[in-house]
Design a protein around this ligand. Structure first.
Ligand code: BGC
Ligand code: BGC
Length: 603
């Protein structure tokens, strides 16, 4: 067999992609086709099994690191799968995917950039493109050529746990930055070994769902009730907007990013008028593939098709017929393959649909040069988390923080203040400053990966004579007089996705106590909010001279300090309306009394 295919046209780099796709497709068995349509999480499959079942793609889910978490171990793990695929009868390359949503954050030592909300505040398309480029280099360094990013959701309700992953409530900003990220990530030629395939997510209108519309626990589907965590309230929910609004607000960023060369789209868990996107043939096939002419491929979200029906057979039939090309299974791939086979044999999924799906996947693999290039070696490993990359992350921190209040114009602070009291756990916690999708899916507190904290920045910036006290609870060391300046860092607890859905965005009681305590121990107070979204601070605004929204800045969190001391000017502008009260939610687009600070605000 090997012999026979050695000189096959699909191996000929000089032939056009379509000719290679056609030739390869004509040689494939059904099992080989079904395998291409399957994406499995690495913990669910061995190297050998991935070859035995002709699996088209492997992913690392959130926190899906190898046992030892370092770039070299990642490269070895990824190459294990890629090499196994190359040993199969036709040698069809597999593609490995990961959520590098703010840098390749799952990898220990990688550069972690501010989450999208911060980049929306920076609103610097060139910066986002450079971040995309760096993320591609660090991702490719570990052998991975597919990034489940950018998230181009246009979040309309900041109670949503994924607001942090959204550039803005304004589709114009999302479209501009999403396209820039694709340009950076994919580079000028997808064939380059450091070009990484972007995944636009989550199609469509995931940012437009309504509070309380998530069907809790999916109890209506016997047997799969565990699908959605009970606390999910808006994530994976439903939207009932009309089609004109869906297109104007939520489709616009897709059009811009596809124009920029995006070749993959991830389909949302959410629904529109009660119909799950994974089963929405009109949007997936008629609009995206038809009207918009998208000829790349669609991947499902993590186990998303399982939510379509109690009967898995129906889930598979509905999703593939609606237009999904690859299914992120991610656990029981044998069940998926068996069900898909049955559905095709039974005539419920036409063979043309299978061939179309496989063509789309192969087309992108050919375009990426996966058939023609050797596996990544370890030459890029030293670039993961390197100084040059961190400099760009630092620039992003400088540009993303928003100065909300500067009472008595105390910013910039003088570097030789006699004493500074620093308070709050996040002042010395890289994990809290990185947020979710860092090392683990939900993030982890503490010194989880190399980076520079806010307190380290203060120690470096202040004059040698300045007395710096750091207490987590805002108390003063015994016998010390009140400090001239207090710097309190408040932070949201860690979360990802629906685990961050929160009905009430008021500061919690512990934060208020911390604020009072720190206030009592300093003359003037600076509050830095480390959060994935605006929080309700109206009643507390007067308790500090200065309020700064720092978002989740990442491993170069110390950049905030440069702004406080005037080494860089504040230039960030709010990418979301900052609501006055919790009752003003959803606040997108609101002005007047409903907005404490309007969209675009920043001193
Ligand atoms: C995985 C994530 C995934 C999530 C979906 C987690 O267990 O680590 O990658 O997004 O499940 O619910
Ligand atoms: C998330 C996606 C992510 C996928 C894989 C899902 O739960 O919604 O954004 O790409 O998991 O981790």
């Amino acid at each position: 067999m090997k012999q026979e295919t050695r000189s096959a046209p699909y191996k000929d780099q000089t032939l056009p992609v379509e000719a290679r796709v056609d030739d390869l497709l004509s040689r494939m068995t059904f099992a080989e086709k079904a395998g291409q349509m399957t994406q499995v999480e690495k913990n669910s499959i061995s190297f050998q099994e991935s070859a035995d079942y002709f699996i088209g793609s492997i992913l690392s889910g959130g926190g899906g690191s190898p046992e030892t978490n370092n770039p070299r171990a990642w490269l070895e793990m990824v190459n294990g799968y890629l090499a196994a695929a190359r040993r199969t009868r036709l040698g069809i390359p597999s593609i490995y995917g990961v959520d590098a949503v703010h840098g390749h954050g799952t990898v220990f030592g990688a550069t972690v950039f501010p989450h999208n909300i911060g980049l929306g505040a920076a609103r610097d398309a060139d910066l986002v493109e450079r971040i995309g480029r760096i993320t591609a280099v660090e991702t490719a360094a570990t052998g991975i050529r597919w990034d489940f990013a950018p998230e181009i959701s246009v979040a309309q309700d900041i109670r949503w746990g994924r607001t942090v992953e959204s550039y803005s409530e304004d589709p114009t900003i999302v479209a501009e930055l999403g396209a820039s990220y694709v340009r950076g990530l994919q580079g000028t030629d997808l064939k380059e070994p450091i070009a990484v395939l972007a995944s636009l997510k989550h199609f469509a209108a995931d940012g437009g769902t309504h509070w309380g519309s998530t069907i809790k626990g999916y109890s209506w589907i016997p047997g799969v009730w565990e699908q959605v965590d009970g606390e999910f309230m808006i994530d994976q929910g439903d939207t009932d907007m009309d089609e004109a609004e869906l297109r104007r607000v939520h489709l616009a960023p897709y059009i811009a990013a596809i124009d920029e060369g995006a070749r993959n789209v991830m389909v949302s868990y959410s629904s529109w008028h009660g119909l799950k996107m994974s089963a929405n043939e009109y949007l997936l096939t008629d609009v995206l593939k038809g009207e918009l002419g998208f000829d790349g491929f669609l991947v499902s979200d993590w186990r998303a098709i399982d939510q379509l029906d109690p009967d898995y057979y129906v889930c598979v039939v509905k999703s593939i017929n609606a237009g999904l090309d690859m299914i992120m299974v991610p656990f029981d791939f044998k069940r998926f393959l068996a069900t898909l086979t049955l559905a095709v044999e039974g005539g419920d999924i036409p063979m043309e649909r299978i061939d179309d799906a496989v063509c789309r996947i192969l087309r992108v693999k050919f375009e990426m040069g996966l058939f023609d290039t050797p596996l990544q070696d370890d030459s890029l490993v030293p670039l993961v988390g390197c100084e040059a990359h961190r400099k760009v992350a630092l620039e992003a921190v400088h540009k993303s923080a928003v100065l909300l209040k500067n009472g008595q114009e105390i910013i910039p602070l003088s570097k030789d203040i006699p004493s500074i009291l620093v308070a709050g756990q996040a002042a010395d916690d890289i994990g809290l400053c990185c947020g979710g999708w860092t090392i683990e899916w939900l993030g982890v507190e503490g010194a989880i990966t190399p980076g520079t904290t806010i307190i380290q920045g203060i120690q470096r910036a202040a004059s040698p004579e300045t007395q710096i006290y750091y207490t987590v609870d805002g108390s003063l060391p015994p016998g010390k007089p009140e400090a001239e300046v207090g710097i309190l860092v408040l932070s949201e607890p860690l979360y990802a996705e629906g685990h961050g859905d929160r009905p009430d965005l008021h500061l919690p009681a512990e934060d208020i106590a911390l604020l009072e305590q720190t206030r009592a121990n300093c003359e003037r107070l600076v509050v830095i909010l480390v959060s994935g979204r605006p929080l309700i601070i109206t009643d507390h605004l007067s308790k500090a001279e200065v309020w700064v929204a720092a978002w989740q800045p990442g491993t170069e969190a110390h950049g905030i300090v440069d702004l406080l001391f005037g080494d860089f000017p504040f230039t960030g502008k709010l990418p979301f309306t900052w609501p006055h009260t919790n009752d003003d939610l959803p606040a997108a687009g609101k002005t007047g009394d409903a907005a404490l600070f309007p969209l675009g605000y920043g001193l």
